[in-house]
Design a protein around this ligand. Structure first.
Ligand code: AMP
Ligand code: FE
Ligand code: FE
Ligand code: ZN
Length: 290
């Protein structure tokens, strides 16, 4: 008899953040939370960092939840940020390491500048942000939001995003990010499987045009995260047509950030078939199974 196939990983939430970026839950604790909501697998996809993988992997045996190593790479198309999920990539790939280091560095400089601007009008300093940020974490607006909450300027993180940290308010500025084509090539070159994250959050009219999508597909785009709580309903028909036209896989994920965002872990999941295809295509690292 041939050796048994490894058990297929099913019931997977493929987009989850930890304290290594802007989530509020430690990587290992995410696995315990995943077990509690009946997930068989999660992908840890911190912004521009793979630093949480080892911690999360340590919790696989005890929780029985498989870990698919991942990342959410920040890219930018014109003035719009485009997030790319990458699964099973090589965390030591030099191209990826150099680019993520550059993005994280620019995120830090940008966050310091945002805080300088806010400090002209509100009682807030950089130490307030550091107090909300785990050592070595990828810094983002959420950490500034938490500092604003701690200082009593806003009641919740989401209120900070709707007000002081909204781009129209003028305090926020962008940070360095490569373009999406470069991002897809980087993920593929590192053996990873790239999926366009939450492609419909700005509505049908702001979904990438077909010609642009075609170039991303040529570069190796694997799928679209169509099933995401923040994709706007009016964007879904167009996204489904794009998936059909270009033969892209459809993923479903929560984009859980712990207590910082209303998204609930496991509220959206990816089909077993698509998970199997991702596992078959990703060559840069291996899933950690219980
Ligand atoms: P930044 O990367 O600095 O531009 O900040 C945007 C990030 O904040 C995205 O990853 C969002 O998912 C995240 N985020 C976390 N909590 C919230 C929230 N309550 N409202 C909006 N965005 C949030
Ligand atoms: Fe985030
Ligand atoms: Fe995102
Ligand atoms: Zn995310």
């Amino acid at each position: 008899m041939p050796p048994a196939e490894p058990a297929a990983v099913g019931g997977a939430d493929l987009h989850v953040h930890s304290t290594v970026s802007d989530g509020t839950v430690e990587p290992a604790d995410l696995l315990a939370e995943a077990a509690a909501v009946g997930l068989e697998a999660i992908a840890l996809t911190d912004h521009d960092s793979t630093a949480g993988w080892a911690h999360a992997a340590g919790a696989v045996a005890a929780t029985g939840v498989a870990l698919i190593p991942g990342i959410e790479l920040t890219t930018r198309e014109a003035y719009t940020s485009v997030h790319l999920l990458g699964y099973l990539l090589d965390p030591h790939d030099p191209g990826l390491l150099a680019e993520t280091a550059r993005i994280r560095e620019s995120r830090l400089t940008r966050a310091e500048e945002i805080v300088r601007r806010i400090a002209r009008d509100y009682d807030l300093d950089w130490d307030d942000v550091l107090a909300q940020t785990a050592e070595g974490a990828t810094v983002g607006r959420p950490h500034i939001a938490d500092a604003l909450v701690a200082r009593g300027h806003v009641p919740t993180r989401s209120d900070a995003f709707a007000g002081i940290l909204h781009p129209r308010t003028g305090y926020v500025q962008p940070h360095y990010a490569p373009d999406p084509l470069t991002g897809i090539r980087l993920i593929r070159a590192a053996g990873g499987v790239p999926v366009l994250a939450h492609p419909g959050t700005r509505g049908a009219d702001r979904v990438l045009p077909d010609e642009r999508m075609a170039r991303l597909v040529d570069a190796g785009l694997f799928g679209l995260e169509i099933d995401h709580p923040e994709n706007r309903p009016d964007a879904l028909p167009r996204l489904r047509r794009l998936a059909e036209r270009f033969g892209l896989a459809i993923t479903g994920s929560s984009d859980y950030h712990g207590a910082g965002k209303p998204n609930r872990l496991g509220e959206r999941r990816t089909s077993e078939d698509v998970v199997r295809r991702i596992l078959a295509e990703g060559t840069g690292s291996k899933p950690i199974r219980p």
